[in-house]
Structure formats: C-alpha cells, structure tokens
Design a protein around this ligand. Structure first.
Ligand SMILES: *Cc1c(COP(=O)(O)O)cnc(C)c1O
Length: 379
C-alpha cells in the first residue's frame, strides 16, 4: 500500500458492531465482563480504548512501523521515552531543540540523574565525541525549530547502531509524508500530533512509533503505568486529520516554496532559512531523506531591528500571530519575543535566533493571498 492510501486505510477496518466506516468515539472508561477476566479485549480505558487503538494503528501504518502509541501531548510521548532510562544514563541531543523538550530534559529528568549533552549535529560525526559507556539514547529533531537545520538520519542511525544506542527522531516538522525515520534506521519516532498530524489546530496530542516488539512492550507498560494517554474524542479528531495529511502536506510544501522564493527576492529581507534552497548548508541531505521541503521557514530582515520585526508580525492580516504550527491556517511568530524570550539574547543569537528573525508556518490558503499579505506587511 502506498502512503496516500495508508493515510486513509492503513491498519483500519470498519467498526465490528455496525460497520461504521469511521471508528466510533468510545466514550467509556470501562467495559462489561461476562465473568472475571472475561472481556472482548478491553478492560479499562487507560490501558486500551477502541478509538485510541484505531489511531495507534494508523500512526504505525503511516510511519511504516509495527507498533503505535498515542499520548495526551507530544511532551507526554517524550516523557515516556525518557522513562526507559535509569539514573547515570546519558543522552545526546540536538542543540537547537524544541524549547519544551529542552525544559523537560533539563528541568525534570536531570533531577533524576540523567545527563544530557546538547550538541550540533549538522555534521553527524560530531556525535561520536560525546559517546561513552553510559550513552543510551540519541535524540534528534530534523528539520529543527526555528532555524530549519537538517540532520542526517541515516548517518546518525549507523553511529547509534555501532554503539548499541537507541535513536529517537522527533518527526513533527517533516511528518511521514516527507520523511520516514524508521526506514532510515531510527528506533523510535516521536510526534507532536498537535501540529501537522491533527492539522486543524484543534487538539493537543503525542505519538510514538517503533518496530521492535521488546521496545514496544516497555513503552506500552510505561504508557499504562504512567497514564499520560489521550481521550477518545481527540483520538477521533487525529484519525480524521491523518486521512487528509498527504493532501494538506502537498499544499503546505507548494505554498512554502512559493513564499521562500518570494522572500528571497525581497529587498528588505536579509536571510531566508528553508532547506529547499541550494545554498542551505545541508540541502543535499534534505533532498536525499525528504520527499519535499515542508511548509516551515524563517527569515530575517535587513538592519536586524527588534521593533520593526514586531511591527511586521502585527501588520500581517492573513497570517495569524501565534505559537504552534502545522494547521491549515498560516501562522507567524517572533521567536526573540515569544518562544525564545526566556533565553538570554547572547545565548539565543549563538543559534541564529536574532532580533529580526520571524518564523512562518505556511498554511494551505491561496498562495497569492499569502504573498500579498507579506508584501503589505514588509512595506
Ligand atoms: C510542539 C512540539 C513538541 C511538543 O508537543 P506538544 O504536543 O505541544 O506537547 C515537540 N516537538 C516539536 C518539534 C514541536 O513542535
């Protein structure tokens, strides 16, 4: 089955009770038993729920994986992966990581005796410098937020395999439409399904997908024991989102490309960060591991003026000034005053988050309307 069919039919079947084509929202906490332990596969909804189960199968299918797990948020999914570790274990992670992931690692798990190394991975071989006998996990995000850096998943996977270390890839920005990390050698895929998977800015959810049965069993145990599951209503919404993922992503990519090219020619624009440009430092890797370049991009304006950047995002009319990404509507953000405001100016500027940097999550509206909106705001 090809990807565009999998999003609709992958590991799905009509409901057993009445043949409903969409899985019903099983809004129930418990299930009747005929005799103690005599049930139809469901006992209690923290452990299993038929709507969530249908969604978990869909996650596995679209990522070419065997086992899917759904959580109450992307961070809850990451939390479950970190609970595979023990005090003394070490993690090597991307240095320009999603802020919430960085906070979970440093403000929660460091207190439980886990050590993190945040390293530049644009050159995968740099990872080897941080590996020792305690290294148990490599955490990769690609493309990264908000600088759109690209990390070579295949090269990272071969380093991880050589040293018997788990490789987890946060696939939120790319989605399985663009890149399938398990096929490239990763062990765990993580999603904030809040973004492109849900796709309509109407839910918060996380997911994991793995191939290895033993690893899946450990994660299912943590999912049930820690209990950070998502509810049946949100599971239904995410399932509905997945069915149009390929159509939405195609348009996100087309609009992203048009806007990146427009901005690159604008006299007031200094830099455009988008992996589709030939002069992007890891363009060749992006081209080899991604089907297209996605709908996320960032840019800076000449003069690098903080107030001007704020005025620009305030003047946008179709782009909404908001955090988050991946919905059908276009969003704009100013990292220096929003997502990265808590990071000291000198620190954030080291990774490229300068005062005039603006991040766009390009939606699926009309391309010309979006370009005209940027044109008037830049003017
Ligand atoms: C949003 C996001 C997360 C966190 O997911 P939540 O659903 O908000 O908990 C993790 N990684 C990336 C890349 C994200 O964009």
């Amino acid at each position: 089955m090809k990807f565009n069919t999998k999003t609709i039919h992958g590991k799905q079947h009509p409901d057993v009770a009445y043949g409903a084509v969409m899985p019903p929202i099983y809004q129930t906490s418990t299930y009747a038993q005929t005799t103690p332990g005599g049930n139809k596969g469901y006992e209690y909804s923290r452990t299993h729920n038929p709507t969530r189960h249908a969604l978990e199968n869909a996650f596995a299918s679209i990522e070419n994986g065997t086992f899917g797990l759904a959580f109450g948020s992307g961070l809850a999914a990451i939390d479950a992966v970190l609970k595979l570790l023990k005090p003394g274990d070490e993690v090597i992670s991307t240095n320009d990581l999603y802020g919430g992931t960085y906070r979970l690692f440093t403000s929660i798990f460091e207190d439980f005796g886990i050590k993190f190394h945040f390293v530049g991975m644009s050159n995968a071989s740099n990872i080897e410098n941080y590996i020792n006998n305690n290294t148990k996990l490599i955490w990769v995000e690609t493309p990264t937020n908000p600088m759109l850096n690209i990390i070579d998943i295949k090269a990272t996977a071969s380093i991880a395999k050589k040293h018997n270390i788990l490789l987890a890839v946060d696939n939120t920005f790319a989605t399985p439409y663009l890149q399938q990390p398990l096929d490239l050698g990763a062990d765990i895929i993580m999603h904030s399904a809040t973004k492109y998977i849900g796709g309509h800015s109407d839910l918060v959810m996380g997911a994991l997908v793995v191939n290895d049965k033993e690893l899946a069993d450990k994660l299912y145990f943590i999912q049930n024991a820690s209990g950070a599951i998502c509810g049946p209503q949100d599971s239904f919404l995410a399932l509905r989102g997945i069915k149009t993922l390929h159509v939405r992503m195609q348009r996100h990519c087309e609009n992203g490309k048009a806007i990146a090219k427009y901005l690159a020619t604008h006299p007031k624009v200094e830099n455009v960060y988008w992996p589709g440009f030939k002069n992007h430092p890891n363009h060749d890797i992006a081209k080899s591991q991604m089907k297209d370049f996605g709908g996320m991009l960032s840019f800076t304006t000449k003069g690098n003026n903080y107030e001007e950047a704020i005025k620009l995002v305030e003047n946008l009319k179709i782009f909404t000034l908001a955090e988050s990404l991946g919905g059908v509507e276009s969003l704009a953000g100013h990292p220096a005053s929003m997502t990265h405001a808590s990071i000291p100016k000198e620190e954030r500027e080291k990774t490229g988050v300068v005062d005039s940097l603006i991040r766009l999550s390009v939606g699926i509206e009309d391309e010309e309307d979006l370009i005209n909106d940027l044109k008037q705001a830049l003017g």
